[in-house]
Design a protein around this ligand. Sequence first.
Ligand code: PLP
Length: 355
Amino acid sequence: MEIKITKTNNPKAKPADESKLGFGKIFTDHMFMMDYTAEEGWHDARIVPFDYIPIHPASTVLHYGTEIFEGLKAYRTVNGDIRMFRPMENIRRMNNSAERLCLPQIDEKDALQILDTIVEMEKDWVPHSEGTSLYLRPFMYGNEPHLGVHAVKIATFVVICSPVGAYYAEGINPVKIAIESEDVRAVKGGTGYAKCGGNYAASLRAGEKAEEKGFTQVLWLDGVHRKYIEEVGSMNVMFKIDGEIVTPELTGSVLPGVTRKSCVELLKEKGYKVSERLISVDELFDAARAGKLEEAWGTGTAAVVSPIGWLSYKGEEFEVNGGKIGDVTQALYDELTGIQWGKIEDKHNWCHKVC
Ligand SMILES: *Cc1c(COP(=O)(O)O)cnc(C)c1O
């Protein structure tokens, strides 16, 4: 695929203090864009200076939420290469999300070329300090300039890049999680497995309420029985119960995380019994009461793993592992980040070298 490149005449200064990067606040000099119409397919692939995007006031996305996104990182490894972690997983998931929201597919090879090209172009923006990375945010939206409710025939695909700080600048501290009993994030048959903006819109209210009460995130229960554990905030969730690793199975309302998949593969290799199955909140609390809930953690690209130290449900609170990070959680963090930063041999060929 041909990508037309227009370089900025006003390059920004790179952030001088990498300890203050935060997440998703700073953007690089360029972005990728291309347009789709049913007649022409994807066309006009281009890298342009980072800027506002003009949008028609009737554009489908503004009214009907036709939007999907992805999130992955490019890392500067210890020997100076720039690599992405399992980008094909994100590309395939994006196409699955697109299918669910009636947005167009992108050829897998083209998508990888797009990511390679923008990352190579912005390589000086990949930060150098330990734990930092260049976060890539591909997204696609329906862009029909009229209000009729139909599957879109016009769409736009964009990739923006943001240098992000070390998630655990102050050490890995376990978080407090509230199990949500009113709102639900997704239901089977809905869009839970798609990475779409609408799922986030539906999740914000519970997140805000939990934060007001001093919790970091909510743990979602399934929308039908209000009983089976699904995910935690914008991460998948795993538990170690009496030696067994349990993570909710992908029933259609759970987002199939790349980090989740990688953790399952690593844990199985280490010889753990890993069960992808339904797990009810009652089973979890029974295990906690019996002293068998040994560890709990979330998994996602941003944090890699996030240990859960406290769980609260309908007024009852449980401490997990004395509120400290557990051995399995720590080992997963060390191994995954070690592979990503090139400190540990990448036996699975998960890392994709850009330059
Ligand atoms: C992106 C996301 C995850 C984590 O997926 P990764 O591929 O591991 O980053 C989990 N849950 C939700 C709702 C998400 O949007």
